[in-house]
Design a protein around this ligand. Structure first.
Ligand code: HEM
Length: 151
């Protein structure tokens, strides 16, 4: 039975299965190890202009740190903590120079979901689809809120 989750401060009520989000992260780590390359392939396919922003990131270090901040948001959402809002508020400031705000940032979470769907392949169920859809909506909402609520 899925638990009612209300992402903190988002005001959004959703029937989201936080345990399945964590389970997906763990399963991706088992099957793929580091999914960074696949996540950024999805991001740059959807938004080709973003690739040039990382031209200085020769060793992938910035992309790795950014991805792990996104994973912390997903874990925080699953655990109903205030972490996603705090991380996304900080990210708003950090990305201001690139003119990336609010929902622009949440496109990373869509790329992560798409990469995870690829990795899980035929293990990806309707329940995964619904849970991740709910998670993306919640993260979009929190990103929007963070954009209007500077630190
Ligand atoms: C489409 C969405 C995003 C794009 C295009 C993007 C782009 C970038 C770029 C170009 C940098 C390098 C900044 C620099 O070195 O000056 C960066 C760094 C960073 N981003 Fe993002 N970002 C996105 C979403 C996010 C999100 C959602 C988070 C947090 C949840 C995040 C967290 C970070 C962090 C923590 C860094 C610093 C990494 C480091 O210095 O090692 N980003 N991002």
């Amino acid at each position: 039975m899925p638990k009612i989750v209300s992402p903190v401060h988002s005001g959004l009520k959703t029937l989201m299965d936080g345990a399945l989000l964590i389970e997906t992260l763990e399963r991706v780590a088992e099957l793929r190890g580091d999914p960074a390359e696949l996540v950024y392939t999805h991001l740059f396919e959807a938004y080709p202009d973003y690739e040039a922003l990382f031209v200085m990131d020769q060793d992938g270090g910035v992309r790795g740190t950014m991805l792990s901040a996104c994973f912390d948001c997903i874990i925080g959402l699953a655990e109903k903590s205030t972490m996603p809002l705090l991380i996304l508020e900080a990210a708003q400031l950090q990305h201001d120079a690139y003119d990336l705000q609010g929902e622009d940032l949440s496109s990373m979470f869509t790329a992560i979901r798409d990469a995870f769907r690829d990795v899980l392949s035929n293990e990806w169920s309707q329940r995964h689809e619904e849970t991740w859809h709910e998670a993306l909506l919640a993260l979009q909402e929190i990103s929007r809120k963070a954009a209007n609520q500077p630190l």
